[in-house]
Design a binder for this molecule. Structure first.
Ligand code: RIB
Ligand code: CA
Length: 298
């Protein structure tokens, strides 16, 4: 019995790999993709999502172009990580389809898990519309240090107001943050295992080659955290990531800490437990799942 999912994303190298992991995994059924401005502008993230589906031979999956800016702040993109196109590195096929004019709210039937892997602008708008969302598994946030500021992770930082709405909505949410994604580095050796395994394998290897440049330069990592793929992997196999049910607040009015996910890991505030937060991951099993599944794609 596969779980239907909708991915709300800002491709983005790791978003692209997350989409491919979903397409390669029978445990999930990708119903549709909504794009958001984040890593790049929404016209670029939309085009990138269409290209990734074209690569996988799944242009049948609808892509809806979502928010082109955060709810109340100017857009902040990440060309320093993902390049000007948002998917710099590999050559990808031109899309054969246009974005869909569907309303993603209609995709969110009972049983569907929403997997946002970018800023939460679209998700906040769904909450404000009163759309019933059964469950969210979000790549974003951090218990510890941020990656776009010392205090904030990028997806939360781009649209803190949206994150505050979503975390205050009462929708069951799992937060796959930097604390776990940085524990599972996809190395050149991992990439080399995929380089000759079909077009998708080649593209994932080349995406990771590009993604690695930032992580080597910034952190000295021998590999890259494929952040967004871990959110999809958590739906595929919930035993990979260990979570703690606790309160998460979002900072929206601080000179230094805007976008910080304030995680009450040890339940000291008595605040409502509104999120399941990733605190550990079986990194070898996650990485093997990722490689094995991508290798099955054409
Ligand atoms: O901080 C990492 C997150 O921000 C990932 O989702 C990456 O794609 C960017 O959106
Ligand atoms: Ca992303």
């Amino acid at each position: 019995m596969s779980t239907p999912i909708v991915i709300d994303c800002d491709p983005g190298h790791d978003d692209a790999i997350a989409i491919l992991l979903a397409l390669a995994s029978p445990e999930v059924e990708l119903r549709g993709i909504v794009t958001v401005a984040g890593n790049q502008t929404v016209d670029k993230t939309t085009r990138n999502a269409l290209k990734v589906l074209e690569l996988a031979g799944r242009a049948d999956i609808p892509v809806v172009s979502g928010a082109d800016a955060p709810l109340r702040r100017p857009l902040r993109t990440a060309p320093h990580v993902h390049g000007e196109s948002g998917l710099d590195g590999p050559d990808l096929p031109e899309p054969s389809t246009e974005p869909s004019r569907d309303d993603p709210a209609e995709w969110l039937e009972p049983g569907v898990v929403l997997v946002p892997t970018g800023p939460l602008t679209n998700v906040a708008r769904l909450v404000e519309r009163g759309v019933a969302i059964e469950r969210i598994v979000w790549m974003g946030g951090a218990i510890g240090e941020g990656n776009i500021t010392p205090a904030a992770e990028f997806n939360a930082f781009v649209d803190p107001e949206a994150a505050a709405i979503v975390f205050g909505s009462g929708v069951p949410i799992t937060m796959i943050g930097l604390d776990v994604t940085h524990k599972a580095l996809f190395t050149r050796e991992h990439a080399d295992r995929l380089r000759g395994r079909g077009s998708a394998g080649r593209v994932v290897a080349e995406l990771s080659d590009f993604f690695q440049v930032f992580h080597e330069r910034r952190y000295g990592f021998d590999g890259s955290p494929i952040h967004d793929a871990m959110a999809v992997a958590h739906v595929i196999d919930p035993t990979l990531v260990t979570t703690v049910h606790c309160n998460v607040g979002i900072e929206t009015s601080s000179r230094l800490c805007d976008g910080r996910t304030v995680v009450d890991r040890w339940l000291v505030t008595g605040g409502p437990r509104n999120a399941h937060v990733g605190v550990d991951v079986d990194a070898p099993r996650f990485l093997e799942l990722l490689i094995e599944r991508i290798a099955t794609l054409p």
